[in-house]
Design a protein around this ligand. Structure first.
Ligand code: AP5
Length: 241
């Protein structure tokens, strides 16, 4: 599907368990709407690679498959959302992940986007639902390109040449936290800590759930439908800066 001219989409929140396809679908949304993907997992992994204080603290927790403490995330996310490329909207992939983070995000958007900038476009919150066994298969087979970050799956979405990225030929890698015992803990953290986030948005009538147990392109089409409807309903939105 072709990329659209930049227009105000506003915040898009993608919720879903590990392996639901948040990263895969975020890249499709970036391509079509020209708004940036803000993945807290990617931001944290950048800090780990750079060996910062935050990276060192986060790595210990991420390697265990647990959630990084909320207060380590807030400055990271706020700094990223204040960048000019978020002007027409952004995709939050993997944030919020606890009820406290959801409350923090609402307060941030009210304070820094809705009120100060007279922005009228509320976030659209999309939850990707996938069967548990399918999640296990997706995570066990995931490979990604360390250069362009394209995501593959050796069972479900293999690269054209075994082990190499289709785009730049880089050797594909396995994420540290995709080991079987860590995956189980990540899925359990989702159930206990992130499901309440969906409940939080559901209670406000803002949650749209999509069956993501389908081929990638079908899920993408469903997501675009939700975003287009939301953007049409808020066509009076002003760019936030
Ligand atoms: P993060 O990087 O956010 O990982 P995650 O949420 O566990 O999600 P994943 O990246 O594993 O999966 P995904 O939904 O993006 O699926 P993908 O598109 O890759 O977080 C990592 C860690 O960082 C956390 O455990 C935590 O410690 C920390 N962290 C991050 N954010 C935090 C926060 N806010 N608070 C606290 N801690 C935080 O797809 C998976 C596979 O499936 C791929 O192989 C793909 O090719 C395949 N696939 C995708 N869609 C389909 C489809 N429709 N059909 C077939 N295959 C598909």
């Amino acid at each position: 599907m072709a990329k659209e001219a930049a227009r105000n989409i506003g915040p898009v929140v993608l919720l879903g368990p590990p392996g639901a396809g948040k990263g895969t679908q975020s890249k499709k949304i970036v391509e079509r709407y020209g708004i940036p993907q803000i993945s807290t997992g990617d931001l944290l992994r950048e800090h780990v690679r750079a060996g910062t204080d935050l990276g060192r603290q986060a790595k210990v927790v991420m390697d265990r498959g647990e959630l990084v403490p909320d207060d380590l995330l807030y400055d990271l996310v706020a700094d990223r959302l204040r960048q000019p490329d978020c002007r027409y909207g952004f995709i939050l992939d993997g944030f919020p992940r606890t009820a406290a983070q959801a409350g923090w995000l609402d307060a941030f958007l009210d304070r820094e986007v809705f009120e100060k900038k007279q922005e009228k476009c509320p976030p659209v919150v999309i939850r990707l639902d996938v069967d548990y066994n399918q999640l296990l298969q997706r995570l066990a087979g995931r490979r990604s390109c360390p250069t362009c970050e394209r995501i593959y799956n050796i069972h479900l979405q293999p690269p054209r040449t075994d082990g190499l990225c289709d785009v730049d030929g880089t050797k594909l890698v396995i994420r540290d936290d995709d080991r079987e015992e860590v995956v189980a803990r990540r899925l359990s953290a989702y159930e206990t800590q992130t499901r309440p986030v969906a409940d939080y948005y559901h209670a406000q009538g803002r949650l749209v759930t999509i069956n993501a147990d389908r081929p990638v392109d079908e899920v993408t089409a469903a997501i675009f439908g939700v975003i287009d409807t939301h953007a049409a309903e808020h066509s009076d939105c002003e760019p936030s800066r």
